[in-house]
Design a protein around this ligand. Structure first.
Ligand code: FAD
Length: 377
C-alpha cells in the first residue's frame, strides 16, 4: 500500500487545482514543487505593499462562465483593464493598434482614412508574403511595422523578422475603433491581494513540499503514490531522449524606486531595437495602489537553455510540435503518470485555459485511478 493516492508535481494552477479537486473527492495527495513557493508562474510577492508579479505580468481574462465562477470562489477581482502603451524613441502610441494609434501616427480621424493608408503602405508586397516582415507590412503597412513591430519582434525572437516565419503573425490585432482594451473577453481583472493567496486557499490542508525536484529522485517519489500528475516540462521527464523542446524565456529585473509613480501605466512596450528590454511593468497600476514607492520590472528576452533558464513560452512551430508528438507517444505508454499544464502539454495556455483544462482533465485521472487502483507504479 502506497502512502498517497496521487503525487502532484508542480504547484502552479494545473497542479494546485488537481490537488484541490482530488482532495475534495477523498483522495490523498502530496504536492512537490521545485521552487521555494507555490503558484507557478502566477506567483506574486508582496513588496512594500505592492503585489509584484515575479514571473511577469499576469492579467486574468476570460469569457468562460464556468472558469469565471470557479475563480471567483477564491478571489475578488478588481476592475483593471489592460491598456498597454508602446514607446518608440520616446513617442507614445496606444495599443493594440486602434484608431488612437492611427490618429497619433498619421493624424487621421476616421476608419476610412486609416484603412486607406494601411492599404497604400502594404501594396508593395505582391503575392504571398515570404516572411514575418512582409506579412506584417501587408497587414498593417510600413509605418506600424517599422515603429511598433520590427524592433520589438527582433528583440522577442532574437532574430531579424525577415528570417522569421510569417505564420507567427498570421493575424495582428487591428481595430478601426477607439477601443484601447487589449482583450476582447467578457471578464478581466487582477485578483485583489495578488495571485498567491488563491494558491494558499487551493492548497489549504494539503501536504506540499517546496524546494523538491521530483526528477532528481523520481523512483523514491513514484514509490510514494499510486498515480503521478506531472506538470513540468515533458522533455525533461524523459531525460531529453529525443532532443530538447524549444522555449522562449525572459529575465525579469525587479527594481524599486522611492517615488510613487514611474510610468503612469502598468505595461509599457519599448518597440525600438536599441533598447534591450521589451517591456517595463509597473506593478502598482495593476491594483490602483497609492503607496509612496513603486516596483517596476524590466523584461529582457534571453536565449533558452534547458535546465538553466526558465521555460516560459513553448515555441509551437512545426519542428517542436513534431518533437512534442514523440514525447506524447512516450507519455501515453506511462500508465501511472498523467501529463498536464503548459509544460506537460507543451502548449501556450493562458490562465483561464489551464483552469478549464485542469477542471476537465482531473476527472479523467480519477476514473482511470479508480479502475486500476490496485496496480502499483
Ligand atoms: P506553471 O505555472 O509553470 O507551474 C508548473 C510548476 O511545476 C512550476 O511551479 C514549476 O516550478 C514546477 N515544476 C516543474 N518541474 C518540476 C519538477 N521536476 N519537480 C517539482 N516541480 C516542478 N496567462 C494569462 O491568462 N494572462 C497573462 O497575462 C499571462 N501572462 C504570462 C506571462 C508570462 C511571462 C508567462 C510565462 C505566462 C503568462 N501567462 C498568462 C500564462 C500562465 O502563467 C499559465 O497559464 C499558467 O501559469 C500555467 O499553469 P501551469 O500549472 O500549467 O504551469
Amino acid at each position: 500500500q502506497k502512502p498517497y493516492d496521487f503525487l502532484i508535481v508542480g504547484a502552479g494552477f494545473f497542479g494546485s487545482i488537481c490537488a484541490r479537486e482530488l482532495t475534495n473527492q477523498g483522495y490523498s495527495c502530496l504536492v512537490v514543487e521545485k521552487r521555494d513557493h507555490i503558484g507557478g508562474n502566477c506567483y506574486t510577492e508582496k513588496r512594500d505593499d505592492i503585489h509584484l508579479h515575479v514571473y511577469g505580468a499576469h492579467i486574468f481574462h476570460t469569457s468562460n462562465e464556468k472558469v469565471w465562477t470557479w475563480i471567483n470562489q477564491y478571489a475578488k477581482f478588481n476592475h483593471y483593464t489592460n491598456r498597454p502603451i508602446a514607446n518608440y524613441k520616446g513617442e507614445l502610441f496606444a495599443l493594440p493598434f486602434n484608431m488612437w494609434t492611427f490618429n497619433q501616427l498619421w493624424n487621421v480621424n476616421t476608419p476610412a482614412e486609416a484603412q486607406q493608408i494601411i492599404a497604400e503602405q502594404g501594396k508593395d508586397i505582391q503575392g504571398e508574403p515570404q516572411n514575418l516582415e512582409e506579412q506584417a507590412i501587408k497587414l498593417v503597412g510600413k509605418d506600424i511595422y517599422e515603429k511598433l513591430i520590427k524592433g520589438y519582434t527582433a528583440k522577442q525572437w532574437m532574430k531579424d523578422p525577415k528570417e522569421l516565419p510569417k505564420e507567427i503573425i498570421k493575424r495582428l490585432p487591428v481595430r478601426f475603433t477607439f477601443d484601447t482594451n487589449y482583450f476582447n473577453d467578457r471578464y478581466q481583472g487582477i485578483p485583489e491581494g495578488g495571485y498567491t493567496q488563491i494558491f494558499e486557499k487551493l492548497l489549504e490542508g494539503i501536504e506540499v513540499r517546496l524546494g523538491v525536484d521530483y526528477l532528481a529522485d523520481k523512483s523514491t517519489f513514484n514509490a510514494m503514490a499510486n498515480k503521478v500528475i506531472y506538470t513540468g516540462p515533458i522533455d525533461s521527464y524523459f531525460n531529453y531522449q529525443h532532443g530538447e523542446l524549444e522555449y522562449k524565456t525572459t529575465r525579469f529585473d525587479h527594481v524599486k524606486h522611492d517615488y510613487p509613480n514611474h510610468q503612469g501605466v502598468a505595461v509599457m512596450n519599448y518597440t525600438e531595437e536599441e533598447i534591450p528590454y521589451t517591456r517595463i511593468i509597473e506593478h502598482k497600476h495593476f491594483e490602483f495602489n497609492e503607496t509612496p514607492s513603486t516596483w517596476i520590472s524590466y523584461e529582457y528576452p534571453e536565449p533558452y537553455k534547458a535546465d538553466v533558464t526558465e521555460p516560459y513560452y513553448p515555441v509551437n512551430d512545426q519542428v517542436n510540435n513534431d518533437l512534442f508528438q514523440k514525447y506524447r507517444s512516450l507519455a501515453n505508454q506511462e500508465e501511472q503518470v498523467f501529463f498536464g499544464g503548459r509544460l506537460g502539454e507543451y502548449k501556450y495556455y493562458d490562465m483561464h485555459q489551464i483552469i478549464d483544462r485542469a477542471l476537465t482533465m482531473v476527472n479523467t485521472f480519477t476514473k482511470k485511478s479508480m479502475n486500476d487502483s490496485t496496480t502499483t507504479g
